[in-house]
Write a new protein. Sequence first.
Length: 173
Amino acid sequence: MNTSESAEKLRGWFTGRLPEGWFEGPPEVVLDREEVSVVGRLPEPTLAEDVSDTERAAVLAGQIQRFREETRDQRIAIAREAEHRFGHKVSWGAACGDEREMFTTLSVPVMTRLRQSERRVLDTLVDAGVARSRSDALAWCVRLVGKNTDEWLGELRNALEYVERARAAGPNP
């Protein structure tokens, strides 16, 4: 089964398995080699028009925190089922309004080879206090690139899905 089919199967399973009323619509389910992330959109509370941005953000964060606490045991049970069934760790998160929070995520070591000029970039970030270590500095760089190139990375991921479908449609060796 290719990655696209696996992701579709996971999305379908989580959409069918999660209790009704947890989220507005189906959850966002993202699969990589080690982890499945499940993020659902919570209903936005009705607020007075004169609520400040600070108070609004706090209310939304509170909604997310309440959901996290109230669903913890069920989320753990569902994650165990999914991990047994699909062989991937499950991470949870929620979004409400423009607030988004991941409750659990894996931190997976990744081997890389960097030249001195690249290591110096990481060391500068560490020396400046932007990151605690080279590992944190590299993660910071990856997040920055991901944030600033979301559209390009999305197009690349879509292109890879077409390649996977073409491979799957071809003759089997």
